[in-house]
Design a protein around this ligand. Structure first.
Ligand code: 26V
Length: 829
């Protein structure tokens, strides 16, 4: 075999283990010595823990070696600062990335160990809400695979995203106690402990040299303790670190009360400060400005900056070098208090002058925006900052003062501009606009899909785009092909590898080699058989979990994402009811049978989204039990959508619903996962759907509805939903049925408010305007589904066209266009 040339790119070879201790020996040792069980007494959970420890061992040596390599290269580091990392399960991912998967399968088969059962014991690490948190997890995988010296910094929530149960059709939230049995992947670091200050007061003094200095005193301190989790890259060459912070009470805190003899008060307060990292906020739709959330943000930012500077100062004494050695990426505005915090550290603790400090800060930070929805943009009341972080408020005022001076200088007399662009919103009870702070304090700001970036430039951040030309750039999102194809869909991954080799795992654009198989009958047949097998597995899961029998030959129509009005699950449901009415009106007609699958959580405080879940379940109840409907239509709501559930549903999907109102979905990443797994998309010209269309070809995607320009036009002209209500008899029938209690005979008025918000309420997301085109588009889909070869051809072209959407490509763009970092890969051995 020809020797491979040395390369700085990760090798496209399957990950192969190089470790010497046989896996099964190591596993047996862990079962005995770490878990304390033998083959006779071990439960599936014991096996999971033994497997996890064995796998973690394999990562650890490589992890230490990677860290040493970064030190030796004095590499520029990336710190990915995120309130959320939606990791999901780790066992299969680590085994595959480290190259032990095949060995483990073989060993399990020989030992009669049920690997599936053991794997199912791992809780889903759900330290995130949805898109933003899962993107961060895909990025960690790509950064490690590319050998980039990067660290994820976040919070070790004791309770992650709530568990959703459906009781009588309603969402009920239950705490997600994911650490209950212990977390075998993490290393607690009790010695990595930093104080984080809150409240207190400021003392000003003049230094000997005559400059004004600030002391922040009488603070209440909480300690941040590090927990490290290794993040293996594919091929195991680099293993990076995710460092999450947990709150611990400080000794001072305890001593104060113990000395006063108030033992109970001391323990109570200890509890209170440890509440900081207790729970993830599960509402990603409205920024409601809760004090504890602000404290969480500052808590992890302060600890991360202390940690980063400790590492920096080991080798560098001059802060001017910081931007050459450190890139800090703010995942949305949630960590943007880091900007005044780094200013405070440089000014107050290290006595740099303002201009020098500001230059360092703005060359170090960059910020990613993930939403245009005004209600999700964070603002904090000035009064809250004044109380909680008084020095930061002062620094923000100074940043704003200098910034507005510059703006005024360039735009004399434009007071309206100053009001719009200011970091302080003076109209709504004085609030800090965190997005404005993040833009001013960053050298680059990015949107997450072309259209999203365009809209940022033209709408919410138009003033900034004029003031800082070139600062706002686009970096389209991506997903990791390791988890979302190689692990989630072994059938399809195997088929692809059989035909084009396995280079696609690290070079996803190689999928374009599949183009030539799109019309190959034999390949089409194999492709459809893989999809069919995946559908049968999902049908089995659904029957086991929910007792609903679905027809695996039906078209699996899938909408899986957070429940939100802008994502328009309701529009999908209107199609369901339309089909229901058509079947009942004409039961004998030959139709394409459909199974419509929904999954997704609603924010606990988002009453309308929860009511829509109830509506989906009420419709499902009637449709699924109607003997006239039979096998032709089924509706399934799969509870507790999480990373694991996503990986079960996605490989089985025929149709991917990406139907948000044009201009509302920043990017979407589920759209990428589904297309990569051979689902066809029905979607609007929104988010990354547009770029998916560009890649797979207009003929291979089903686009419908108003585009952003048309949305703007129709809303500016005065949109009247009643025109659509009266203009389409089927639509009227659907709305009347839901509104008058056809699906809720026990409470006929239950869904009246939902319908009223669309008719009398103005239909903010234009469901009625898009209904007719949506239904027509669904009819085209049915027609295509009747022709399996043609369907397969288009689905194969979708897979072949998805190369662009690897998060490896996304991360390379961040590395080149924002971070200025280079890969530090292990020399080939
Ligand atoms: C906002 C808030 C508001 C305050 C309370 C807690 C909280 C938590 C998360 C968020 C951010 C929601 C933004 C988000 O997840 N955006 C999604 O980001 C994806 C990755 O870029 C993108 O694909 C989706 O289109 C976008 O909705």
């Amino acid at each position: 075999m020809a020797k491979k040339p040395a390369t700085t790119e990760p090798s496209p070879q399957p990950a192969k283990s190089t470790d010497s201790v046989p896996f099964c020996q190591a596993l047996a040792n862990h079962l005995t010595y770490s878990v304390g069980k033998d083959h006779y007494t071990a439960t599936p959970r014991d096996w999971f823990f033994a497997l996890a420890h064995t796998t973690r061992d394999q990562m650890t040596a490589r992890w230490m070696e990677t860290m040493r390599r970064y030190y030796e290269a004095d590499a520029k580091r990336i710190y990915y600062m995120s309130m959320e990392f939606l990791i999901g399960r780790t066992l299969t991912n680590s085994l595959m990335n480290m190259g032990h998967y095949d060995e483990c399968l073989k060993m399990a088969a020989e030992a009669g160990l049920d690997l599936e059962q053991a794997r199912a014991m791992e809780p889903d690490a759900a330290l995130g809400n949805g898109g933003l948190g899962r993107l961060a997890a895909c990025f960690l995988d790509s950064m490690a695979t590319l050998g980039l010296p990067s660290y994820g910094y976040g919070i070790r929530y004791e309770y992650g995203m709530f568990n959703q149960r459906i009781e009588n059709g309603w969402q009920v939230e239950h705490p997600d106690s994911w650490l209950r049995y212990g977390n075998p992947w993490e290393f607690p670091r009790p010695e990595v402990l930093y104080p984080v200050k809150f409240y207190g007061r400021l003392v000003e003094y003049t230094s000997e040299a005559g400059s004004l200095r600030h002391h922040w005193v009488d603070t209440e301190d909480v300690m941040a303790m590090a927990y490290d989790t290794p993040i293996p890259g594919y091929g195991g060459k680099s293993v990076n670190n995710m460092r999450l912070w947990a709150a611990k009470s400080s000794r001072d805190f305890d001593l104060k009360y113990f000395n006063e003899g108030n033992y109970i008060k001391a323990v109570e307060d200890k509890n209170e400060s440890e509440n900081l990292s207790k729970v993830l906020y599960p509402d990603d739709t409205t920024a409601m400005g809760r004090e504890l959330r602000l404290k969480q943000q500052y808590f992890f930012v302060s600890a991360s900056l202390q940690d980063m500077l400790y590492r920096f100062n080991k080798f560098h004494k001059n802060f001017d070098e910081l931007p050459d050695k450190v890139a800090m990426q703010l995942n949305d505005t949630h960590p943007s208090i880091a900007i005044p915090e780094l200013m405070r550290i440089l000014l107050d603790l290290n006595h740099l002058d303002w201009d020098r400090a500001w230059d360092i800060v703005t060359r170090t930070f960059s910020y990613t925006n993930h939403t245009l929805m005004p209600e999700a943009l964070e603002t904090w009341p000035v009064s809250l900052l004044e109380k909680t972080l008084p020095r930061h408020l002062q620094i923000i005022y100074e940043i704003n003062h200098l910034f507005l001076n510059d703006v005024r200088h360039q735009n004399p007399g434009d007071t309206e501009l100053l009001k719009r662009i200011s970091i302080i919103d003076e109209d709504n009870g004085r609030r800090i606009r965190m997005a404005h702070l993040a833009i001013v304090g960053s050298h680059q700001v990015n949107g997450v899909a072309q259209i999203h970036t365009e809209l940022m430039r033209q709408t919410i951040f138009a003033d900034f785009d004029r003031f800082y030309p070139g600062k706002i750039i686009n970096i389209t999102n991506g997903i990791t092909p390791r988890r979302w194809l190689n692990q989630a869909n072994p059938g399809l991954a195997g088929l692809i590898t059989e035909h084009i080799g396995d280079g696609w795992i690290t070079h996803l654009d190689q999928l374009s080699k599949l183009n030539k198989f799109a019309t190959d009958k034999a390949f089409q047949g194999k492709f459809l058989r893989v999809k069919q097998a995946n559908k049968e597995s999902l049908a089995k899961v659904i029957e086991e979990k929910l007792g609903i029998k679905i027809n695996p030959a039906s078209l699996f129509d899938v909408q899986i994402k957070r429940m939100h009005e802008y994502k328009r699950q309701l529009l999908n449901l209107f199609h369901v009811v339309t089909l229901y009415n058509r079947i009942r009106a004409n039961p004998g007609e030959n139709r394409v049978p459909r199974t419509v699958i929904f999954s997704g959580k609603a924010a606990p405080g988002y009453a309308r989204a929860k009511l829509i879940i109830k509506l989906i379940n009420d419709v499902a109840d009637i449709v699924n039990h109607d003997p006239v409907i039979g096998d032709q239509l089924k509706v399934v709501y799969i509870p507790n959508y999480d990373v694991t559930t996503a990986a079960e549903i996605i490989p089985a999907a025929d149709l991917s619903e990406q139907i948000s109102t044009a201009g509302t979905e920043a990017s979407g990443t589920g759209n990428m996962k589904l297309a990569l797994n051979g689902a066809l998309t029905i979607g609007t010209l929104d988010g990354a759907n547009i770029e998916i269309r560009d890649e797979v070809g207009t003929d291979n995607i089903f686009i419908f509805g108003l585009n952003t320009a048309e949305v703007a036009e129709i809303t500016s002209k005065g949109y009247n939903p009643w025109d659509y209500y009266h203009g389409n008899q089927e639509l009227r029938q659907v709305l009347d049925m839901i509104g008058s209690g056809y699906f809720s005979p026990d409470e006929p008025e239950r869904f009246r408010p939902v319908i009223d918000s669309l008719t009398a309420g103005g239909d903010q997301y234009l469901l009625l305007a898009d209904y007719t085109d949506y239904i027509a588009c669904q009819e085209k889909i049915d027609a295509l589904y009747r022709n399996p070869a043609e369907w397969a051809r288009k689905a194969i072209l979708n897979v072949a066209g998805m190369g662009k959407f690897s998060s490896d490509r996304t991360i390379r763009e961040y590395a080149e266009n924002i971070w200025g970092v280079k890969s530090v890969l292990r020399p080939e051995v």
